[in-house]
Ligand binder design. Sequence first.
Ligand SMILES: Cc1cc2nc3c(=O)[nH]c(=O)nc-3n(C[C@H](O)[C@H](O)[C@H](O)COP(=O)(O)OP(=O)(O)OC[C@H]3O[C@@H](n4cnc5c(N)ncnc54)[C@H](O)[C@@H]3O)c2cc1C
Length: 491
Amino acid sequence: MNSSLPRLAIVGGGFTGATFAVQAARRSPIALDIVIIEPNAELGRGLPYRGSDPDHRVNGPIATHSIDPLDTSHVQRWLEKTHLLTQDPGAHCSFGTFLRRGDYGRYLHEAVQEFASRNESGSTIRHQRSRVDQIHLTANQVALKLQTGESLLADSVVLAFGNPAARVPPMLQDLTEHPSVISSPLAGDGLQALCQRLTPGSQVAVMGTSLTAADVISTLLRQSSGVRITAFSRRGLVPHRQRPPDAKAQQNLPQTWLVDRINGQVPSYLDPGYGSAWTVRHLCAAMRQRIKSLTSQGMPWQQGFDEARDVVWQFWPLLGHAEKQRFFRRLRVWYDVARFRLPPQTAESLDKAVAAGRLSFCARSLVNVKALNNGRLELQFQRQGQSIEQEFDALINCTGFDLGGDIDPLTLAGRMVKSGLLVRDQSGVGFRVDQNCRVMGFSGQSSPRIRLVGPATAGVFGDSLGAMFIAVQAHRMLPSLFDDLGLMPYF
Ligand SMILES: Cc1cc2nc3c(=O)[nH]c(=O)nc-3n(C[C@H](O)[C@H](O)[C@H](O)COP(=O)(O)OP(=O)(O)OC[C@H]3O[C@@H](n4cnc5c(N)ncnc54)[C@H](O)[C@@H]3O)c2cc1C
């Protein structure tokens, strides 16, 4: 550590913290002392990439998952160096290469190590294993109080603390300790333990039908032979699958192709025209028309969807708060099934299970759960005004995160809200930041020393949830960060 260098502290070492550190080290005009504060042993893994389930795969092609969006072949080079695909021949299919999430986590960890002491600016990246409990501004620095009791002073802080804890629906809150209820399948080993207890013929209810549900179902199908699975959600919508790659479009791409795609121009058909307000209704109609026109020419619908999705961060801020709230309330669920697509391997295993009668998806709302004396659960559903009761051997909650839910006052975000450094975005989702991700606290002023990046900025940018969007978001805001630190102009 060199204490004379400007210090950049990154709170959270998941994908967001990892890509931010690597890009800062590679692009800074001078050497920085970069410290990532993360309680987990390995950087990059965060929540999604720490497990070892062979059926949980990254849901996009590897070139969009590089740690550095200006070096999109970096994952491919790592794969060649490690020969990883020899241990996972199923990763490659006609749609591209879809890594196991645990392997991708290893990639991210090793990528941070690769650049930790050897990078273009001569910066260092250190991992401090702890949790940040509190942050406050001093006269010209930021003070971080760590769980270990230590304090750390930094010239600039990037908050990369990811998603809030998974939501536990009200009817499950008294049952979180019940052995047949898995309220947080991604945390701990409750799901593995359940799989071992289930026997052929066991009936399992999966609450939620999105990507988390798809992962959990894949695990159940492999590890608990003969179980019958009913996955339900209010509308019963299941994510679409990834599209086959467009080989022609991928030829002779410049190194900047991913950044160019996301930072490129908003298609003119999305613009409502001079003097007209941007509305969700107009956007939906324009996208529908575009998709119709593309599919009538034999092109995949995903192409039209992705054109808008890639630049959503540019037009989302043009929508009023009421429009954003309308989207989150009414349309998000439809957007999500097209946006968060299934890796082809997962899609195939679900299709087979449906065809074999082991899995069904349905639209119904859960209203109550009763624990029966025989260890089973009685679920009460509501569907089209009718009440249905059904018994199951287990219930797994896959309803995911709620970026608009209550903020836990015991988390760093909760404490920063209390001290006025963070405020909820007016859309009701995530926290308020300016265009360069500087947090905007209670005073309404943006703070040049504290930035927030990644999923918690979804209210401001619409979609800052996937790896490629986060990586390009970091790329976009680095010049302003260097500027705020008083460093030479960005090169
Ligand atoms: C199950 C799942 C699968 C996904 N799969 C994909 C995918 O295939 N492709 C894709 O593009 N996106 C995927 N995503 C989206 C995902 O949100 C992003 O890819 C990315 O992982 C977000 O990274 P993050 O670092 O912001 O958050 P996280 O991965 O949640 O990491 C946040 C980190 O911050 C740390 N932290 C939190 N609070 C503190 C504190 N106070 N002090 C210090 N550290 C703290 C945590 O320990 C954690 O390691 C997936 C998401 C989930 C949940």
